[in-house]
Design a protein around this ligand. Structure first.
Ligand SMILES: NC(=O)c1ccc[n+]([C@@H]2O[C@H](COP(=O)([O-])OP(=O)(O)OC[C@H]3O[C@@H](n4cnc5c(N)ncnc54)[C@H](O)[C@@H]3O)[C@@H](O)[C@H]2O)c1
Ligand SMILES: CC(C)[C@H](C(=O)O)[C@@H](O)C(=O)O
Ligand SMILES: [Mg+2]
Length: 367
């Protein structure tokens, strides 16, 4: 049997820096656990634009469709700010999500004990926090038509359209309910049914899907209240199901409960294929972090934890995923901290590769 295949798209800014640490862990899994992957690499975002004039080449898109999983670093950066919208780095990522039909974006926000006193919130509010945001990823205002900047009378108007079909809402809801069944059987759906028709439909469809999951306790919340509740009392939530834009914002918000945006991984999953596994792309929630790119100080944890999600969701390697997550947790508990996880007066921070070294040492120690 051939090895499972992985396509690495490191991207821009800190993307390649954090992905370099993931490469070391992939090698470790091959050498020490006999878990070998066929790894290929390609360009996405600004780096693809620099070479091909587009943020995702068709050949790269085709490769992404064929592999067992894609690992992505980050895209974007100020160098590309003035580009035509059609070739912006972010469009490369959106094309991957849309054409691979990765509609369920799992963004777990887990506060490791070692970071509970570092979170933006009081320790008792976040300690033990473990929530899962399921963000619908291929619909809504990100993709709705009409969109564009148009002339209207003597001025211009910028238009984006929030559009959701029942089936789009339903399939994401099923993913969220399935996760809730495997977790604490509690799901909160967030929309703005008070002001948006798409929100009314969202609430109706989720309520209908809930009939197939009678064991799951379903609640509904307006997304603005949801944002407030996330920072007031986040442990009231287990699984949150929300739309593309609200999910983008709420997951960055949830990131700070865990200590840093540099801690939050994600899995973007499609429908199960013939082999029973979903098409999948794994990426940290953070971006290319232009303010720290090139300095070797980015926190690689989010990208490494995204690879752990790949082990779990694409490769049936739950035990190795647990091992990797435990290694990250151990390193943090030992006090190894990148700069984003330290107070200004906290001493010398670990570099990106120091963090990688420490995680590899913890993996070795786990054998
Ligand atoms: N999935 C993605 O590729 C993705 C996600 C978000 C933003 N972006 C793009 O990235 C670019 C920059 O966006 P932004 O600045 O708003 O968001 P960002 O996530 O890149 O950075 C926000 C802040 O968090 C910090 N940060 C992020 N990741 C970190 C890490 N691993 N370690 C330490 N600190 C980290 C940054 O230094 C910055 O201060 C934009 O072009 C944006 O579109 C891409
Ligand atoms: C880069 C951008 C397209 C992306 C989004 O808005 O979905 C990012 O913010 C994210 O959270 O993955
Ligand atoms: Mg985002």
């Amino acid at each position: 049997m051939s090895n499972p295949s992985l396509l690495i798209l490191a991207g821009d800014g800190i993307g390649p820096e954090v992905m370099a640490q993931v490469r070391r862990i992939i090698d470790w899994m091959g050498d020490k656990r006999g878990l070998k992957f066929d790894v290929s690499e390609d360009l996405v975002g600004g780096s693809a634009y620099d070479k091909h004039g587009v943020p995702l080449h068709d050949d790269t898109m085709a490769k992404a469709q064929e592999v067992d999983a894609v690992l992505l670093g980050a895209v974007g950066g100020p160098k590309y700010d003035d580009l035509d919208f059609s070739v912006k780095p972010e469009r490369g990522l959106l094309r991957l999500r849309k054409e691979m039909d990765l509609y369920a974006n799992l963004r777990p926000a887990q506060c490791f004990d070692a970071l509970a006193d570092f979170s933006s919130l009081k320790t008792d509010i976040v300690s033990g926090l473990d929530i899962m945001i399921v963000r619908e990823l291929t619909g809504g205002v990100y993709f709705g038509e009409p969109r564009g900047i148009f002339e209207e009378g003597n001025e211009r108007v910028g238009i984006n359209t929030q559009r959701y079909t029942e089936s789009e809402i339903e399939r994401g809801a099923r993913s969220a309910f399935e996760l809730a069944m495997r977790r604490n059987k509690k799901l909160c759906s967030m929309e703005k049914a008070n002001v948006m028709e798409s929100g009314i439909l969202w609430r109706e469809v989720v309520t209908e899907v809930a009939k197939d999951y009678p064991e799951v306790e379903l609640s509904h919340m307006y997304a603005d209240n949801g944002a407030m509740q996330l920072v007031r009392a986040p442990k009231q939530f287990d699984v949150i199901y929300t739309d593309n834009l609200f999910g983008d914002i709420l997951s960055d918000c949830a990131a700070m409960l865990t200590g840093s945006l540099g801690m939050l991984p994600s899995a973007s999953l499609g429908a199960p294929m013939e082999n029973g596994r979903p098409k999948a792309l794994y990426e940290p929630v953070h971006g290319s972090a232009p303010d720290i790119a090139g300095k070797g100080i980015a926190n690689p944890s989010a990208c490494i934890l995204s690879f752990a999600m790949a082990l779990r969701y694409s490769f049936d390697q739950g035990a190795e995923a647990d091992r990797l997550e435990a290694a990250v947790e151990k390193v943090l508990a030992d006090g190894v901290r990148t700069a984003d996880l330290m107070q200004a007066e906290g001493g010398t921070p670990a570099s990106t590769s120091d963090m990688g070294d420490a995680i590899l040492a913890a993996l070795d120690a786990s054998l």
